[in-house]
Structures are given as C-alpha cells and as structure tokens.
Design a protein around this ligand. Structure first.
Ligand code: ADP
Ligand code: MG
Length: 233
C-alpha cells in the first residue's frame, strides 16, 4: 500500500564505527520498519543514545542506511547526493532541538533564505515567509534578530523555515527539548495547526510524554527496532 504512504521504511540497518580502543562497529538500527501516512503524527520515544536522531536523519535523507529501503510516496528516495539533496529540499522539513537560526539575519530573512537558496524570486521568498510567520503568530516579530526573540519565538521561526516549501514530511527532533513545558506545548500546538491545514506527515522524536500523547501513534525505539507503544490519540 505504498501509494498512500508518505514515507515507508523497511529493514533499516545502521552501524557506526566505534571510536573507542576496541574499534569495530556499533549497531544502532537493526531492521527498523515504519510507514507513515499523510496527516499522520507519529511520536518516537526511547532512551538517549538509542538512535532516534540517526533514524530521523535517515528518514529525511540527511544520512544513509547501511541496508534497507526508503520509499517516499511509493518511489525510492534518490541515492545520489545531489539528487537526494534536491529531494530533501522539496519534500522534507526538519525542526531540531536547537533552532539553528543565523544570528545576523532577521526572523523574516532566516525563513526567506530557504526559498532564495531554492531559486525562488525575492518576492515569492519574502512574501510566503511573511505569510507563514504570520500564521505562526510572529507578524510583530519578523524584523527581529534571533537574539531579540524568546526561545519559543525562535523555535516558531525555525518551524516556519521548515514548512516554507510545503514539505510532505516534517521531521522534528526533540523540537521542544529546549523549552519550558508550557512554551513547548504552544509551539507544538502551532505545528499541529499547520499540519491540520496542509496535511504533511509528522514524525517527532521526543522525551515528552505529554507531547507524544498528542500524536496518533507512539513508537518506541528499542534495540534498533521500532515497537508500538501505547496508543496516542
Ligand atoms: N556520526 C556518528 N558517528 C559515530 N557514532 C554516532 C554518529 N551519530 C550518532 N552516533 C552514535 O549513535 C548512537 C545513537 O545516537 P543518536 O541517534 O543521536 O541517539 P538519540 O537521538 O536516540 O539520543 C549514539 O551512541 C551516538 O553516539
Ligand atoms: Mg537525538
């Protein structure tokens, strides 16, 4: 049924070289399987160091598995680096724990830059960025520099940057991990509202059980594989 999946991963295997004295490879993923539909919100939980970030990076084409297949809307994710980067820019939005905004650019410029890099006209890049920042409640903040924004506002700008291209898949890696619970919940609310409006699939790695409970499914990464945890919504 891959036609109706946004992302379908099977048999994902990944090991990293050990930097310790013993050398060798450390297995991280051991055959992880995941299938996420449009509009679906899936939480991934698991101990620190278990491989959540590694998994998200593979799902979004930032890293490659040693084995396994990855289909986006039923078609293989491109293997070559340049084609994969193009695919990623068009189809995937990343939100990280630390916002990663450029300190010399305003909120608006930080978001618009993503469009300019893709060759959009200035008018399109700035126009669409302003509209999106407005939807994320930041209209009064667009000319502010990151250091003039609160942590929640910074993360909302990072969210706008991730959503600018209208991705079909959004990967959020501990998106509220650096925020107090209340602010984190507000940021996640806004992300969920955007998801309801545009229907992207959302996969979120989180330590927060409150945030996970607002997802349709909760999966636990244990021993390199994903296991269903208790049901979400
Ligand atoms: N590029 C890398 N090279 C070597 N080891 C790595 C690399 N990336 C992650 N690891 C290791 O893989 C394990 C899983 O890391 P990570 O995916 O960041 O886990 P999590 O996000 O669940 O905390 C950790 O032991 C980490 O040190
Ligand atoms: Mg991580």
């Amino acid at each position: 049924m891959s036609e109706s999946s946004i992302i379908e991963a099977s048999g994902l295997v990944k090991a990293f070289e050990s930097h310790g004295s013993s050398g060798g490879m450390i297995p991280i993923l051991g055959g992880a399987v995941l299938d996420v539909r449009p509009g679906e919100r899936v939480a991934i939980q698991g101990e620190s160091g278990v491989g959540k970030t590694t998994l998200l990076n593979i799902l979004g084409g930032l890293d490659r598995p040693d084995h396994g297949t990855l289909l986006h809307r039923g078609s293989p994710v491109p293997q070559g680096q340049a084609a994969r980067a193009r695919w990623r820019r068009k189809s995937v939005g990343f939100i990280f724990q630390f916002h990663g905004l450029l300190s010399d650019l305003t909120a608006l410029e930080n978001v618009a830059l993503a469009g300019l890099i893709s060759g959009w006209s200035r008018r399109d890049a700035f126009g669409r960025s302003e509209q999106l920042l407005g939807k994320l409640g930041l209209m009064g903040r667009i000319a502010h520099y990151p250091e003039e924004l609160s942590g929640g506002e910074q993360q909302r700008v990072a969210t706008a940057r991730a959503l600018l291209h209208g991705p079909s898949l959004v990967l959020a890696d501990e998106p509220t991990g650096n925020l107090d619970p209340e602010t984190g919940a507000q940021v996640f609310d806004l992300l969920m509202r955007q998801q309801e409006e545009t229907g992207f699939a959302l996969i979120v790695a989180t330590h927060s059980s409150k945030l996970a409970a607002r997802c349709h499914r909760i999966l636990r990464l244990v021993g390199g594989v994903l296991k269903p945890s208790r049901e979400g919504l």
